[in-house]
Design a protein around this ligand. Structure first.
Ligand code: COA
Length: 143
């Protein structure tokens, strides 16, 4: 897993997570903070997967220092090949090494099965992200 800059994530983020919307829609507040970390997966020198970690408390666990996984995406042509799993594993390992207590994300309904497979659990009720759709908070306590 190679670390990359926020700007390097934006084209894949845009095409997978904000299709049909401008590049600015793929830029998240805090992307360029020194505390934010962007991870990538490459196949044959081509960027095929991204995931980012932002320092952010989980709404259900206020006061607990935590990492929020955001911008999790793999290119359609490599889905099912293990890049998503490897990216999440790299994020969890980084989060654990940092000493934080938990890692969480806003999981799209369509991605719940992916996160469940990796040992994440749902917490709280379904909620809507405008222009994106229904989500759940999912999390893992760090081992
Ligand atoms: C969700 C996503 C990141 C998964 O990436 P991927 O590269 O296909 O993941 P992997 O190949 O590492 O899959 C790991 C396991 O999860 C399973 N899996 C992958 N996507 C799944 C899904 N949407 N639902 C259920 N299971 C899924 C795989 O079959 C695999 O299972 P296996 O180990 O038994 O073979 C990718 O499909 C994607 O980018 N989707 C669109 C964007 C998105 O929804 N991002 C998450 C936003 S919260």
């Amino acid at each position: 897993m190679r670390r990359i800059t926020a700007a390097e994530t934006w084209p894949l983020r845009q095409s997978v997570l904000r299709p049909g919307r401008p590049l600015a829609a793929a830029q998240f507040p805090g992307d360029d903070l020194s505390s934010t970390n962007h991870f990538s997966a490459y196949q044959n020198d081509e960027l095929v997967g991204i995931a980012s970690l932002f320092l952010a408390e989980m709404p259900e666990h206020p006061g607990v220092t935590a990492w929020q996984l955001r911008g999790m995406a793999t290119a359609p042509e490599v889905r099912g090949a293990g890049f998503g799993r490897a990216l999440v594993a790299a994020c969890v390992a980084f989060a654990f090494a940092s000493g934080k207590k938990l890692i969480w994300c806003n999981a799209r309904l369509s991605a719940l099965g992916f996160y469940r497979k990796l040992g994440w659990e749902i917490l709280g009720e379904e909620f809507d992200v405008p222009d994106v759709g229904p989500h759940f908070h999912m999390w893992r306590r760090l081992p």
